[in-house]
Design a protein around this ligand. Structure first.
Ligand code: GTP
Ligand code: MG
Length: 582
């Protein structure tokens, strides 16, 4: 999930420096991650809204994407392959069961193939010729899944002179490569877009995520036939980074839908069921049995933990073959709706995802976020903060949630557990923003905005798109967009918030300094986004002193410097004076 080891950037060679002059095309072509390299990257096949790439083609609704992907996953199998096989023979062998639409290989402690058949029946045909292994020392629990193991009958003959299989990478670039890419970029805008391109989920990773959900659904169906397991969170909201966790939602309401046929006459038939004292207990019991099932029978599911006393009960496990860390929840429909809302915001303007990815990477590089639960800001909160900031621009880049609600029609109406989660889902009904600010400006302004936000008295609220008085005393208050009485950042401590504020101010200062230095560039210095990902001055100082200070002397000096230069220049950016008040 994280931009691994970004702290290493300091020790790397500095290769390139931003120039105010346009780079020659040959330079661009030789630079990994620029337009030329991007052209070689995989294409996304299921609609541009899903990926946020250029918005010329019609954007697909979230529900359409989910439906198509789910159906695609049901026709797909996962095969653990011997290290050396002939791709041609492999495909020929599988084609006996029906035509293949798509396939790719990847490595994750072994070689795996993801094969999508044209027809669902092909999967059944393959299952029919598949045997349960007979093991010499252990016993196998028989389970007819869509996760297979391919063996070669005569390995030696088959492995000779085989061309090597082309594997699709499922990991983000190393910090060294990222640094090179950022330094090769044309401008700060180009840096943000490069980071997005390199870190966003690939087509293959997205397919594998839907397939993993589909495989888990097969296991859960042993208890709950007709259940659905849907991905949510960053795997589908368009803000997912390669390697992010896979949030899954066990949907049992679909079962309900099957039985809502019209009652005839004066009779109404109900299932005999066991009753439990509350919805929460029902959720815990369901997850408990599904957790047991995954642990005992789920092929490739390891390290199953049932975390049933959490605010939102879940089963956590690793899916070995895909390498995903999975969190399975149920009765969590609002989170699915939040994913849909974020997906819409991500698709409305191409700057949104670029900015969110950079802010998420920046936060991870400075340990503001963590994969371990704790008092840190979450990626979800950071995304909501970026959306809020973009709603506050003049003119706004993103509409408020209340405005999206006014555009909704009867079909969009959605009430979940008494909460009104209605918003328009048709992109055509939302006017594009007239705001043409650059990513560079937005990045700088984001840091200035939140470096000076009155967190002590104000709450962040994307429903209304304006600050509200904080209804409670948590250091950071970000209103849950749908359960409006809840704070999605209740866990964040005062010291973590202060760290965020200090780093935001420092980053604003770095970008501001770069603006001043433009006419006299100092060579061999990281610049723009690359400079922001370096270990912070404030952090290294506080580590050296091993003392916690609300704001280091250095930051105060930096702030003074911004203050004086903004007074000197008396510049107002986009009509808003640069303020440095805490
Ligand atoms: P990463 O996993 O960090 O990449 O981002 P994520 O957006 O997937 O976050 P996470 O896995 O923590 O949570 C998954 C989803 O659950 C989020 O996208 C939200 O839709 C929802 N969610 C997470 N935290 C909260 C919260 O505090 N309140 C509410 N209502 N929903 C949350
Ligand atoms: Mg997640």
């Amino acid at each position: 999930m994280a931009a691994r080891g970004l702290g290493l950037l300091t020790s790397l060679p500095l290769r390139a420096r931003r120039s105010q002059v346009q780079r020659p095309l040959c330079r661009l072509l030789s630079c990994p991650g620029t337009v030329a390299a991007a052209l070689g990257r995989e294409e996304q096949s299921l609609g541009s809204a899903e990926t946020g790439s250029e918005d010329r083609t019609p954007k697909k609704r979230f529900s359409e994407v989910q439906k198509e992907r789910r159906e695609q996953a049901q026709r797909t199998v996962l095969i653990h392959c011997p290290n050396k096989i002939s791709e041609k023979k492999f495909l020929k062998y599988l084609s006996q069961h029906g035509s293949i639409n798509n396939h790719f290989f990847y490595e994750s402690f072994g070689l795996y193939a993801v094969v999508e058949f044209r027809q669902k029946e092909s999967v059944a045909s393959l299952q029919n010729v598949t045997r349960t292994p007979s093991l010499a020392t252990e016993a196998a629990v028989p389970f007819r899944s869509r996760y297979f193991n391919l063996k070669l009958k005569t390995p030696l003959n088959q492995t000779s002179e085989q061309p090597s299989i082309q594997c699709r990478t499922q990991s983000s670039p190393s910090s060294k490569k990222l640094f090179e890419l950022l330094c090769c970029a044309e401008s700060v805008d180009d840096q943000l877009n490069t980071l997005l391109r390199e870190f966003q989920l690939t087509e293959e990773s997205t397919r594998l995520r839907y397939l993993t959900c589909s495989l888990i659904e097969d296991v859960a169906a042993a208890y709950f036939p007709d259940c659905t397991v849907r991905p949510f969170g960053s795997s589908v909201n368009s803000f997912g980074k390669l390697g992010c966790d896979l949030d899954m939602f066990l949907d049992l309401d679909e079962i309900e839908k099957f039985s809502t046929h019209k009652a005839s006459g004066n009779f109404l038939m109900e299932f005999q069921v066991k009753n439990v004292p509350s919805e929460r207990i029902a959720t815990q019991k369901i997850l408990s049995v599904v957790g047991e099932c995954l642990d005992h029978f789920g092929p490739g599911c390891v390290g199953v933990q049932k975390i049933l006393n959490a605010r939102c009960p879940l089963v956590r496990f690793s899916h070995q073959a895909s390498g995903f860390q999975c969190d399975l929840t149920t009765n969590n429909r609002i989170a699915l709706k939040s994913s849909e809302l974020l997906y819409m915001y991500g698709a409305l303007d191409s700057r949104v995802r670029a900015l969110v990815f950079s802010i998420r990477c920046w936060a991870r590089a400075h340990s503001l976020t963590s994969s371990i639960p704790g008092a840190w800001i979450t990626n979800f909160s950071l995304t909501v903060m970026v959306i809020f900031f973009l709603q506050r621009r003049s003119p706004p880049i993103l509409p408020t949630l209340d405005y999206l609600k006014t555009l909704a029609d009867a079909e969009d109406k959605c009430i979940i557990e008494g909460h009104n989660c209605t918003f328009v889902r048709d992109f055509n009904r939302i006017k594009p923003s007239g705001n043409a600010e650059t990513l560079e400006l937005l990045l700088k302004e984001f840091f200035e905005y939140f470096g000076n936000f009155a967190f002590n008295k104000n709450s962040i609220n994307i429903r209304q798109g304006r600050e509200q008085n904080k209804p409670e005393s948590s250091p950071l208050h970000i209103q849950n967009p749908f359960e409006t009485s809840l704070n999605i950042s209740k866990n964040v401590s005062q010291s973590q918030l202060q760290k965020f504020v200090d780093l935001a101010r420092e980053s604003a200062w770095i970008l501001h300094q770069e603006d001043k230095d433009r006419l006299s560039p100092s060579y061999n210095q990281p610049w723009g986004l690359a400079a922001l990902l370096l270990p912070s001055v404030a952090n290294s100082m506080s580590l050296a002193k091993k003392k916690k200070k609300p704001a280091s002397e250095r930051i105060k000096n930096l702030l003074e410097s911004i203050k004086s230069s903004s007074t000197e220049n008396s510049t107002a950016t986009n009509g808003r004076a640069v303020s440095t008040q805490a």
